[in-house]
Design a protein around this ligand. Structure first.
Ligand code: NAD
Ligand code: SER
Length: 312
C-alpha cells in the first residue's frame, strides 16, 4: 500500500527538516503539509489550516486518503506561559482531533511529547521512563495529558500512536519557535552575526539536548518499528547530550574565539529549572534500537559550518 503522509506544523523547526526526509521516502506526491505559516520552501502540497478547525482538518484527511499523520503543530513552552488557555485549546484540541481521525480512518500517528512533561517533583538526573509527571507549565500539562490520551486511545481503540519525549532540539535550517531551550540555538545565530550573545538562562543551567538529525532519524525509526516490540504507548524517553549553558559557550568559542557571552536569566529560567538535567532512555534503546550519533563537539561543528554558509 502506498503510504499517504500528512504533516501538521510542517513549517516549524522540526517540520521543515522532517518533510524533506518524508519526501525522500514516500515521494512528493504522497506528502501533504499543513500549517498556519507558509513554508520557507514549498517541496510538496501545502494547505493553510488551523488544526483546531476540526471540519477543515477532517476534510483534508479524507480527501487525501491519509494513512500516517505526523502531528507537530503546537504552541511551545515559553509562548505557552503567555497564553495558557490558547495553548490548551491548540495542543490538546488538535491532538484529540488527530486521535479521533486515527481511530475512524485507521491512521498511524506520530505525536511528540517533551521533557516538559516532567516537573519540579521529577528526579532531575537520569530521569527514568516511568516517574512522577507533575509539570508546572501549561505546555507541560498538555504534554502529560496528551501522553495519557494517546495511551488511552491505544488501549481502548487500538490506535497506533507513537511518541517521543524530545529533549531541546538544535538545528540550523529553521529557527525555533517560542521554546525554553532556544538559547542553545540562538547562541549560534547571534554569535556568528554579532560576536555577542546575552543568554536568558544562567551559565550553570543543564538541560537534555539533541541535534536535529538524531531526532529525525529516531522519529522515523520509531515509526518503522514492529508494533509488537513497543512496550510504551504514552511516550518514550529519548536522550543524546546534556550540557550546561557555559559548556556550550566554551565549545562554541573553539570556533568563534572572540565571542562574548553574558547571562541574564529571565522568566524562562524557572521553566528550565523545572525540567530534568539528563534522561534515562534505556527502554527506547532496548525496544526499538534507538541510538544517537551527535555529541556536543560534533553538533557544534556541524551548526557552525552550516550557519556560516547560510548567514555569512
Ligand atoms: P515550531 O514552533 O517551530 O513549529 C510549530 C508549528 O506549528 C509552527 O510552524 C506553527 O505555525 C504551527 N502551528 C501553531 N499553531 C497552529 C495551529 N493552530 N494550526 C496549524 N499550525 C499551527 O515547533 P517545533 O519545534 O517544530 O515543534 C514541533 C513539535 O515538537 C511540537 O509538538 C513541540 O512541542 C515538539 N517538541 C519540540 C522540541 C524542540 O526543541 N523543537 C522539543 C520537544 C518537543
Ligand atoms: N524545546 C521545547 C521548549 O523549550 C521543549 O519541548 O519548549
Amino acid at each position: 500500500m502506498t503510504e499517504r503522509i500528512l504533516v501538521t506544523g510542517s513549517s516549524g523547526q522540526i517540520g521543515s527538516e522532517l518533510v524533506p526526509k518524508l519526501i525522500e521516502r514516500y515521494g512528493a506526491d504522497n506528502v501533504i503539509c499543513v500549517d498556519l505559516k507558509e513554508p520557507a520552501d514549498k517541496l510538496c502540497a501545502f494547505e493553510k489550516l488551523d488544526v483546531t478547525d476540526r471540519e477543515g482538518f477532517e476534510k483534508i484527511v479524507k480527501e487525501n486518503a491519509v494513512s500516517q499523520i505526523y502531528h507537530l503543530a503546537s504552541i511551545l513552552s515559553a509562548t505557552g506561559e503567555k497564553m495558557p488557555e490558547k495553548t490548551w485549546e491548540v495542543n490538546m484540541g488538535s491532538l484529540r482531533h488527530v486521535l479521533d481521525f486515527a481511530r475512524d480512518y485507521n491512521i498511524r500517528v506520530f505525536w511528540p511529547s517533551s521533557i516538559a512533561a516532567f516537573g519540579p517533583t521529577t528526579p532531575r538526573d537520569n530521569t527514568p521512563q516511568q516517574t512522577v509527571l507533575e509539570p508546572s507549565t501549561m505546555y507541560g500539562v498538555t504534554k502529560t495529558a496528551g501522553e495519557l490520551l494517546c495511551n488511552y486511545y491505544h488501549l481502548k481503540y487500538g490506535v497506533d500512536v507513537r511518541s517521543l519525549r524530545y529533549p531541546g532540539l538544535i538545528s540550523w535550517k529553521q529557527e525555533p519557535g517560542g521554546g525554553t531551550t532556544d538559547y542553545a540555538v540562538d547562541i549560534f545565530y547571534k554569535g556568528l552575526a554579532t560576536g555577542k550573545y546575552e543568554c536568558f538562562v544562567s551559565e550553570d543551567t543543564v538541560l537534555p539536548m539533541m541535534y536535529m538529525d538524531d531526532a529525525i532519524n529516531g522519529t522515523l525509526k520509531l515509526m518503522d518499528a514492529d508494533s509488537g516490540k513497543l512496550t510504551v504507548w504514552t511516550s518514550y524517553n529519548m536522550a543524546a547530550i546534556s550540557f550546561s549553558a557555559k559548556e556550550l559557550e566554551e565549545e562554541v568559542k573553539k570556533h568563534i574565539p572572540n565571542l562574548e557571552v553574558s547571562y541574564s536569566p529571565d522568566g524562562r529560567q524557572k521553566i528550565a529549572n523545572s525540567w530534568p538535567r539528563s534522561i534515562d532512555d534505556s527502554v527506547a534503546r532496548a525496544d526499538w534500537g534507538w541510538a544517537h550519533e551527535y555529541d556536543l563537539s560534533k553538533m557544534v561543528k556541524t551548526m557552525i559550518e552550516n550557519l556560516k554558509k547560510k548567514l555569512l
